[in-house]
Design a protein around this ligand. Structure first.
Ligand code: FBP
Length: 322
């Protein structure tokens, strides 16, 4: 078998600061630790509810807490990390590293409703420059186009890590001896697709344009689109986005009328922004409201939510014009 490029070798070859390479290597190693707990499941007491509710007012699973603790501990101990923010923590945590240069924001365990049924879950990470070594919450509120890196790990049939430092997108597969080896050197999203991902059970609550777009897909070859579509919904953004990066498609989690004051379910800082950067770096598009790119949204709150539509560029254009 030919020698595959390791993640460390890939990072060393990148034209990015050594400190950023350290942050990414630390994050990737923490994802291996999370993966080991995920794969242990009931055997390691990782299933079920933790009994707590997070700042999102969502029931925390045990694995949400375990994954958050693994990432937080590893990153705050990393000398070039100035602070972290997490879906699972009310406030940001500043490190005590005088050499801190980066802010790391994450959804430590994305797809929580999949944990107990052994369906895919993952970890989503966004990296920003820190204005100082002693950051406060407002330092984290940077638009997505300021991200210096984004990655996710998907814990599925294979364990994969997909990464961008704004020089394209590369994919790595975890080997049996615990090494991230490059298997997808140049990930690109096909421009066209016949596959959409949305939670159809919310259909009656969507705004009209989303209703029109999905109805066009469902009408298939006999309808205005003139072709048949397939539908997928893994209930883990990380897995749906991974599929789109591997073979194209679109993913939508739009505003809906169930909670009209909530812009959407997904969070901007550690779900929308990192996934939008990965998708756009791979040649796709990521819009929040059909007008603005997710990456141009100016954050106002750490845990703010946004509507999301991303994936194959030509299909996102169809959503926008629906
Ligand atoms: P968590 O990060 O709490 O898991 O929530 C986000 C998420 O699980 C996404 O990964 C997924 O796309 C979506 O929620 C599924 O929502 P729903 O259960 O409404 O289909």
């Amino acid at each position: 078998m030919t020698d595959r490029l390791s993640l460390d070798a890939h990072l060393n070859g990148l034209d990015v600061p050594a400190a950023l390479k350290t942050v990414l290597a630390t994050t990737a190693a923490a994802c291996v630790d999370i993966r080991n707990v995920v794969s242990g499941g009931a055997l390691v007491g990782a299933l079920g509810a933790s009994g707590a509710v997070n700042v999102q007012d969502e029931e925390q699973k045990k694995l949400d807490v375990i994954a958050n603790d693994i990432l937080t501990e590893a990153l705050l101990a990393c000398p070039v990390v100035a602070g972290v923010a997490s879906e699972e923590m009310d406030t940001v945590q500043s490190a005590t590293n005088p050499s801190g240069e980066y802010l790391v924001l994450f959804d430590p365990l994305d797809g929580s409703s999949n944990i107990d049924i052994n369906a895919p879950v993952g970890t989503i990470v966004s990296v920003l420059k820190a204005p100082s070594a002693t950051p406060v919450e407002t330092d984290f509120l940077q638009a997505g186009h300021h991200q210096v890196a984004a990655l996710y790990a998907v814990y599925g049939g294979q364990t994969m890590l997909v990464l961008t430092t704004r020089q394209g997108v590369a994919g790595f597969t975890l080997s049996s001896d615990g090494r991230w080896l490059m298997t997808h050197p140049d990930v690109t999203v096909p421009t066209h697709t016949k596959e959409f991902a949305i939670n159809m059970s919310n259909q009656r609550h969507w705004a009209e344009p989303v209703q029109r777009y999905v109805a066009g897909c469902l009408a298939g070859a006999d309808g205005p689109r003139g072709k048949n579509f397939n539908m997928r919904w893994v209930a883990a953004m990380v897995a749906d986005v991974h599929r789109i990066l591997m073979r194209g498609g679109v993913f939508l989690y739009p505003w809906d009328a169930r909670e009209p004051n909530k812009p959407g379910k997904l969070r901007l800082m550690y779900e929308g922004n990192p996934m939008a950067l990965l998708i756009e770096q791979a040649g796709g598009k990521a819009t929040t409201d059909g007008v603005q790119s997710i990456l141009d949204v100016i954050p106002t709150e750490l845990h703010q939510r946004i509507p999301v539509a991303l994936g194959s560029a030509a299909e996102v254009d169809q959503i926008v014009s629906a």
